[in-house]
Design a protein around this ligand. Structure first.
Ligand SMILES: *Cc1c(COP(=O)(O)O)cnc(C)c1O
Length: 352
């Protein structure tokens, strides 16, 4: 076990792990210099990193990240879910904020290397996992405003507990019709720190009002539903499932893409199209609003029990989780742990 007090205990956690507070013993790191480009990946002990106070990330926020998980199946083996897709999205996020894109093969090498080193920290409890957080930021000490000349790329690991410790519970989300997270032409399609800075105040307000997260609407009219905080949105209307198109203002979630594939495979009609709040309200009025759920790596599937509107709550399914959300959750979790067929090659075993 590492010297740092917050290190995780291998295999079995003593106290509930929660999310993102406990880290393993090692990290992966590579640095970028202008003449050389990205240097080799090193595996180092986990600990505080030295950063010049003038490092440009601290002033102008030039920074991107990813979030994925390594799962231990009942067979004891550790698997990644769609690692190559996370690597590609990371490179695209880098380009959006002028960070020299990291070769996806280097991303994969770094993630595999550090997880292999700390493989004993991949939790064994069903539904727990090892959360993998790769990130890159401008490390150059320079206060001028331009893309930096030096960058760091790191991968840290956090064992996380079962997301639904008390059962598959619906969340309450507030439909935000004033603040804007991402606008057309902006950074909404990148996983960058800036998008999260832009979201915090509205998220805090939603919490104060008794909601778990924010559902963002479009920046121009606040009429079209976009995505939920850290999740993409799905709405089961009558006989079809609708999700807003990924693009400039909606992140192309990997869980979203997986859910679309699973729904099509089940023969469910799916539509990737603009979805207005009015359409959802009307469906609720007619009794054809069947389910609302979010998708993302952290919770996989999150049923939505209520949408908070200016004039009160629109309650979905009496605030209960729906059968489609539950089936998709079980199916995806089973694939991630090697317990269901994976004809798409989404999972990859990490040989120990
Ligand atoms: C990461 C993220 C998601 C979910 O993406 P997954 O690849 O499914 O984890 C959705 N929206 C935003 C804004 C995100 O940052």
């Amino acid at each position: 076990m590492a010297a740092n007090a917050s290190s995780s205990t291998p295999q079995t956690a003593r106290a509930p792990l929660g999310f993102g507070r406990v880290f393993t013993d090692h990290l992966a790191r590579a640095d970028h210099e202008p003449e050389r480009g990205w240097g080799p990946v090193r595996i180092e002990p986990y600990g505080p990193i030295a950063l010049d106070p003038a490092a440009s990330v601290l002033h102008y926020g030039q920074s991107v990240f990813e979030g994925l998980k390594a799962y231990r199946g009942r067979d004891g083996r550790v698997r990644f879910f769609r690692l190559a897709d996370h690597a590609r999205r990371f490179a695209a996020s880098c380009e959006a904020v002028c960070i020299p894109p990291l070769d996806p093969a280097v991303f994969v090498e770094a993630v595999r290397g550090v997880v292999h080193r700390d493989i004993a920290h991949v939790p064994t409890d069903p539904e727990s996992a090892l959360y993998v957080r790769p990130f890159a930021f401008a490390s150059e000490a320079f206060l001028g405003v331009r893309p930096a000349h030096e960058y760091a790329f790191l991968v840290i690991l956090s064992p996380v507990g079962a997301y639904y410790a008390k059962g598959f519970g619906p969340v309450r989300i507030r439909v935000e019709q004033q603040a804007v997270r991402a606008a057309p032409g902006g950074l909404g399609s990148a996983k960058t720190a800036a998008n999260y800075a832009a979201s915090l105040r509205a998220a805090q307000r939603a919490k104060e009002l008794g909601y778990d997260q924010v559902l963002w609407t479009d920046a121009r009219e606040h009429r079209w539903l976009e995505e939920v905080g850290t999740m993409n949105l799905f709405v089961h209307l009558d006989d079809k499932v609708v999700t807003p198109p990924a693009g400039e203002t909606v992140l192309a979630g990997i869980t979203r893409a997986s859910v679309l594939t699973l729904l099509r495979e089940r023969g469910v009609e799916v539509e990737e199209r603009a979805l207005s709040l009015d359409e959802v309200r009307e469906a609720a009025g007619r009794g054809t609003l069947r389910e609302v759920f979010g998708t993302g790596t952290a919770a996989v599937i999150s049923p939505v029990g209520a949408l908070g509107l200016e004039d009160g709550d629109l309650v979905v399914r009496d605030g209960q989780a729906g059968p489609l959300a539950l089936e998709l959750y079980r199916h995806l979790c089973a694939i991630q742990r090697g317990e269901a067929e994976d004809p798409w090659g989404w999972t990859e075993v990490l040989e120990s």
